[in-house]
Design a protein around this ligand. Sequence first.
Ligand code: E4P
Length: 217
Amino acid sequence: MKFFVDTANLDQIRDAQDLGVLDGVTTNPSLMAKEGITGQNNILKHYVDICNIVDGDVSAEVIATDFEGMVKEGEALANLHEQIVVKLPMIKDGIKAAKYFNDKGIRTNVTLVFSAGQALLAAKAGATYVSPFIGRLDDVSTDGLGLIAEIRQIYNNYGFETQILAASVRHTMHIIDCAKIGADVITGPLSSIEGLLKHPLTDIGLAKFLADFNKGN
Ligand code: E4P
C-alpha cells in the first residue's frame, strides 16, 4: 500500500519524506492557493520543488475543462519532471484526456470521483490512478469506505490495473479501513499517517523499560 501526503506545503512534505514511508504527493488548486502559490510560473516552479523533495509520484492538476486545453496543460506538466502524474477532473473531456495520455505513456490521476460508475470509466480510459474522495462522501452522510470496497470489487472482477487512490482521507482510521479493503494508495494529511504510530501501551511499555534499565545503572 502506498502512502501519499495531500498537501502543497513544502515543510510538511519534507517531514513526510524524512519519516521514510512516503510514496508520493497529491496537490490540487485549493491546496496550492492555501500555500499562497498563485500565477502559472510560480505554480509550475512549486511542482518542481515538490518533485525535488519527494521520492515518488506527484499529482499536478490541470485547470482546463476542455479536451484540447487539458492536453496542452497536461503535456506541459508532464514535461516538467518525470515524477509528475497529470491530474484530470472526472468529466467527459477528462476521460477523453486520460485515454489520450495513456496512449502516449503519460500517467494520469482521475480526480473528483464519487461513484463506482465514474471509477469504472476511469479504468476503461486507462487512468494510472483513480481518486475517490471518501471524506467528502462521509461529510454528506454517504459511505466513503463503501465506495472503495465497490471499486475494489469491480477492478478485481476485470483485472483493471488502475490503482485505487483513496483521497480526502481525514484521519488514521480511514487509512486502516482502506488497507483492510485493499485500496492501493491513500492520500491525506501527514497527521493521519503519524496517527498510525500511536498506542498508549507502547508509551507505557517504553517508559517501564527505560525506568527498569535506569534502576540497574
Ligand atoms: C485528492 O487528490 C484531493 O487533493 C484531496 O484528497 C481532497 O481532500 P479534501 O476533501 O480534504 O479537500
